[in-house]
Write a protein that binds this ligand. Structure first.
Ligand code: FNR
Length: 186
């Protein structure tokens, strides 16, 4: 069994990225297990706290260490990744030289209502992951733009209310999921 840890970079109710990572989960090939990472209890990073590394962060770091691969769907905030996600990555990259990410197969995707589907945020995330010596899968790139028309939405067009409906995106995620499992086991 290949165990994949799934991360949404958004804590928002009805998030595009939580819906996207769930859609990715739904098309994972047989022979895989998956788990969603809850990192909502991770405190704001402060280097002074490293000597007394918080238990709630240890648990998150262990889940990353134990996974065969990590798939992340990131929102784009001001053309980069949200502080919420970066904060968790900063914590789990520590202590220096013994973080959770070195050698870890990572697949990055993202969703937004905008046209470029978080392309710039994804490149920032890839930059951090490459620095941490993770094994970042290059293809297929996965930019879920115009996400408001790819999921069922509430009346205000703000929150996703159900699973992915867009068939092209489903087909793309299916291809990406198979590629990621092959990448992990290669
Ligand atoms: C955004 N949003 C946004 N969208 C985008 O495509 N590029 C961007 O740079 C930004 N910047 C940005 C900054 C901040 C502070 C917020 C709150 C929002 C819109 C963003 O894509 C939208 O809120 C998504 O719905 C966020 O992802 P989730 O929460 O739906 O997964």
């Amino acid at each position: 069994m290949t165990h994949i840890l799934l991360i949404s970079g958004s804590a928002r109710e009805g998030s595009f990225n939580t819906a996207t990572i769930k859609a990715f989960e739904s098309v994972l090939p047989s022979g895989t297990t998956a788990e969603h990472l809850d990192f909502s209890a991770v405190p704001l990073y402060n280097q002074d706290r490293e000597a007394n590394y918080p238990e709630e962060v240890k648990a998150v770091r262990e889940k990353i260490r134990a996974a065969d691969g990590v798939a992340i769907s990131t929102p784009e905030y001001n053309r980069s990744i949200p502080g919420y996600l970066k904060n968790m990555i900063d914590w789990t990259s520590r202590p220096y030289g013994d973080g959770a990410w070195a050698g870890k197969p990572v697949f990055i995707m993202g969703a937004s209502g905008g046209a470029i589907g978080t392309a710039l945020a994804q490149y920032d995330l890839k930059k951090a992951m490459l620095y941490l010596d993770a094994r970042v899968m290059g293809q297929p790139e996965t930019y879920v733009g115009g996400a408001g028309s790819k999921f069922p939405m509430d009346e205000k067009q703000q929150r996703v209310t159900g699973p992915l409906t867009d068939e092209d995106t489903k087909a793309h995620l299916t291809k990406a999921a198979a590629a990621f499992v092959a990448f992990i086991t290669a």
